[in-house]
Design a protein around this ligand. Sequence first.
Ligand code: XMP
Length: 331
Amino acid sequence: MNKAEKERAAVVGKNWTPRAYIKSTIEAIRAQVGDKKVLLAMSGGVDSSVCAVLLHKAIGRQLTCVFVDHGCMRKNEAKEVKAVFKGKFGINLIQIDAEKRFLEKAKGITDPELKRKCIGGEFIKVFEEVAKKLGRIEFLGQGTIYPDIIESGVGGHKAVKAHHNVGGLPKDIGFEGLVEPVKYLYKDEVRKVGRALGIPAAMVDRQPFPGPGLAVRCIGELTKEKLDILRDADFVFRSEMAKAKLDRKAQQFFAIMTNVKSTGVKNGARTFGYVIALRAVATQQFVKAGIVELPFKFMVKVAEKIATTVKGVNRVVWDITPKPPSTIEWE
Ligand code: XMP
């Protein structure tokens, strides 16, 4: 057992239960935080949602959640997060529209890891600014989970990619430390804890969405035009999966902006539009992933719907490559 595995085993033993985990985590949060304050980076995904509720239960109003719209969110994401966390749970939530700032910062960057670093770095700056405005906030909350730690090369594992929420804080961050209430859990375990916490099923079963969001599904430079096209295509795909009740078959399904343009034809005239790729994967721990077999008629229907209704798109392809050799995300 390496260091990371030993640490996980100490927190999540063979006979762990979500209830016991919640109880001990709430105690651990209280012991770590005391009467200090926590600022939680909420992405809208299941990991940070579970963190938010765990922290809220542990420290109530000492927690401030910040949802930063970095312009790489899915359609309607900000609204949905507000409705659930502010509306239902009464969590202290601040939403910040930082789309312009992030896109300006990411201008010209095409390398996937540099994109991640750019977004991660800007995230930290935004939180620092919010923290300053809010007065003294000692801790930064994060929804890091165990696969993030493994894939970032911690504990003797080989680094696959740099996850922006792993690796600690820069020295000048201004926070005393990190609170990471789910960092030794795999995704399915996070969901179990979420259910036990009473988070609505729609939120708990929601597919995971990476911190850098659509940035890792939008190949090449990030532009508002490409991201808007991707958002619309992704929305059509997700809606059709839900309508056909196929959404339970895949742990992750999404559209990718390939950054390739191809020739098409619309109303008898030539078009030159973007190629969108679609991907639906089944996976237990996200370290390996298989392809979900969707009905062929459904695949054709969705491709056609996206190519005809999403402006700027005239071709849709399906990605049927498992992980490995591909990763789940395209970047
Ligand atoms: P990959 O693409 O590595 O994805 O097969 C494995 C799981 O991790 C998610 N993922 C990320 N999550 N920041 C995140 O918070 C990232 O940079 C990142 N990259 C991938 C991916 O969606 C999948 O669930």
